[in-house]
Design a protein. Structure first.
Length: 642
């Protein structure tokens, strides 16, 4: 028997891919050291990610149908069936390049919107969709592509268990999830800019430095699964959703695949690629027929397939990328921190501010790593994600300064000078930096608008109803085209649009659940009902699957059967629960749920997505909704009479 007889085909492919990865890195080092004929033309490109939403403004998993109708080369899939991505044409930086970027974005999103409407959906630009729920993040909504399926399989296998997501903001979110689909909650507007490899280290370091203030002005992702969290919650969520580290690696501080980095770059992009290969296991392998060193030897330009694929599975917020255009290689930096929305003009303004800062700050400070600690740049980044324009930054000279004041007093003038030096049209500079200035002066980022809108709604309607109203206002304002600082706050609709027949179960169900296990004591279930003043407690197993209900009626029946004087201390929940209760799905129309309650002779329905318990709908929840509609109607009538 040969010593390699038991090696599988996957192991053979994996070894060959790793060898190709090392060969690609050696080829890239050779190209950089020999001053290869790199394309150093300053170009800008972008990737626009977007959500598909249905008529109720919830995720619409129709991306494959939309793409089949579009048949457009610039559109592609993303990880979720309710996501789309549009790739924008690279343009030489200068003149009206930002205006052309805005025009192309409007054209492509318009095409996507028209096609989505043919499929009963619409296009929404948001960092995180406010109406998304955990039940939307099932594998049923994973795009059926070998790439995404393998990513999910290997990430979950490497992690060795469920994903535990804990994010603390105004509210706190803690959930367990069994796949990578939370990534589909995040959509971004990614800006690519081409750099001269000989200046890569200084440009990359400055990009790291200026990301924090640019992000503080751009935040647009404050809500996740019904909770108010960070101003840019995408930053925290994306790290959680593709974190394959088992507990042993987290204990010894092994870095995550999504990161800001851990230090300045000293010489070249090779340092980053080496670290990626050394620290992160290959999670996707393909056959690589091309030997990059042999291609170089024969005067060709290698594609570096293995290096590019592995680099695509390590998600730095500023990621170096290798590419080839017209048979000439180039290096670019992919700025991944900026969210989609709130409007296209806002997105282009974010890109202009970022690139203007990069140019202006480089002219002012040639080597940032000599005068500023990396730890402070990293801390600024996370402060921006948490607090947006209300962040406090450590800046050059060890000064503590509010983000808004820093942007208005120092950074906008530097960005203006940087764009002027890059040959940008004066009208474009005024348009896009003026948008940033007004946004900062009015403290009206996308996240701040959302927080203020929800605060203005007060106790009007359910939380789900408020988030749907917020999403409707986002969609309406985006289609008008104005920047965020011109938007009025979202308001709850009048009674004419809040009728019961327009509501679904998730508009008024309770998600703050108290549950018991089948082997818990009956006394515990009775105590929970007493403490929380509720009449039903769901029974779920260790996997979160609903298996029964305990009710006051069941407790009374037990007492009648066994007698008041009996010892009930040892009775288990399984002994008295009602198995296989009637259930509804979150999207069930509220009138249908009421009819099911009547037919089942119950005043409580568990809400189940798949097999997972996600909420409870009671007659009290329905009465509260109807009362709110009645109050809204009377308020509207009183206002009309006045």
């Amino acid at each position: 028997m040969g010593m390699h007889e038991n090696i599988t085909d996957d192991e053979i492919l994996g070894r060959a891919f790793k060898q190709a990865l090392l060969t690609d890195l050696a080829a890239l080092e050779q190209m950089l050291s020999q001053r290869w004929m790199w394309d150093v033309t300053p170009r800008i490109g972008a990737e626009q990610e977007m959500f598909l939403v249905d008529s109720q403004l919830r995720p619409a998993p129709v991306a494959l149908e939309v793409l089949s109708r579009l048949k457009h080369p610039r559109f592609t899939t993303e990880i979720g069936k309710f996501n789309l991505e549009a790739n924008i044409s690279p343009a030489i930086i200068g003149g009206c390049c930002f205006r052309r970027l805005e025009e192309e974005l409007n054209t492509l999103t318009g095409l996507a919107q028209a096609t989505a409407r043919e499929c009963g959906a619409d296009i929404l630009l948001a960092g995180i969709l406010p109406t998304a729920h955990q039940h939307h993040l099932s594998l049923d909504n994973l795009t059926p592509s070998p790439r995404y399926q393998e990513l999910n399989r290997l990430m979950t296998k490497l992690r060795g268990g469920a994903y535990n997501i804990l994010i603390k903001g105004i509210d706190e979110l803690q959930i367990m999830h069994d796949n990578v689909m939370p990534e589909a909650c995040c959509t971004s507007f990614q800006v690519h800019f081409q750099v001269d490899p000989s200046n890569f280290a200084s440009v990359y370091n400055m990009a790291q430095m200026v990301t924090a203030p640019a992000l503080a002005a751009a935040v647009n992702s404050p809500l996740l699964l019904g909770q108010r969290l960070w101003h840019e919650t995408r930053i925290a969520l994306f790290q959680h959703s593709v974190d394959e580290r088992p507990q042993s690696h987290r204990v010894r501080n092994h870095p995550a695949r999504v990161s800001f980095g851990d230090g300045w770059v000293d010489h070249s992009a090779i340092e980053i690629f080496r670290e990626e290969i050394a620290r992160f296991r290959v999670i996707m392998a393909v056959d690589v027929p091309q030997n990059s060193l042999e291609v170089l030897m024969h005067g060709g330009v290698p594609s570096l397939t293995a290096l590019r694929l592995h680099n695509g599975t390590v998600w730095r917020w500023n990621r170096p990328c290798y590419g080839v255009i017209d048979c000439r290689p180039h290096l670019r930096i992919e700025a991944r921190a900026f969210p989609a929305g709130p409007s296209i003009v806002d997105e282009v303004a974010n890109a202009a501010f970022f690139l203007g800062l990069l140019s202006g700050m480089t002219a002012e400070y040639s080597d940032i790593k000599k005068i500023f600690p990396f730890e402070d740049a990293k801390d600024n980044f996370f402060m921006a994600a948490r607090h947006g324009l209300k962040a406090q930054f450590t800046w050059i000279g060890s000064r503590r300064v509010p983000a808004a004041a820093l942007i208005l007093d120092q950074l906008l003038p530097l960005a203006r000078a940087g764009l002027k030096q890059s040959g940008i049209d004066t009208g474009d500079i005024d348009r896009y930096l003026g948008t940033i200035e007004e946004r900062v002066r009015r403290d009206r980022s996308g996240s701040q608008w959302a927080f203020e809108s929800l605060a203005a709604m007060g106790n009007s309607g359910s939380r789900e109803g408020q988030h749907r109203c917020l999403t409707a206002a986002m969609l309406e304002n985006q289609q008008r085209g104005g920047p965020i600082h011109t938007w009025a706050l979202a308001r709850m609709p009048d009674s004419g649009r809040s009728r019961a027949l327009d509501q679904s179960v998730e508009d008024c169900m309770s998600t703050d659940l108290f549950t018991v296990r089948p082997d818990d004591l009956v006394q515990l279930a009775a105590s929970v009902m007493d403490w929380r003043q509720i009449s039903h407690v769901p029974v779920e197993n260790d996997h979160g699957k609903l298996i029964g209900m305990v009710s006051h009626r069941g407790l009374l029946h037990m007492l009648a059967e066994t007698g008041q004087g009996s010892d009930h201390g040892s009775m288990m929940v399984r002994d008295i629960m009602a198995p296989n209760p009637a259930t509804v799905a979150p999207h069930t129309p509220i009138l249908e749920a009421i009819e099911l309650m009547r037919a089942s002779k119950t005043d409580c329905l568990p809400v189940v997505a798949g097999e997972r318990l996600v909420g409870i709908l009671t007659s009290n929840d329905i009465l509260a909704m109807l009362m709110q509609i009645y109050i809204s109607k009377n308020d509207a009538s009183a206002a009309g009479a006045a």
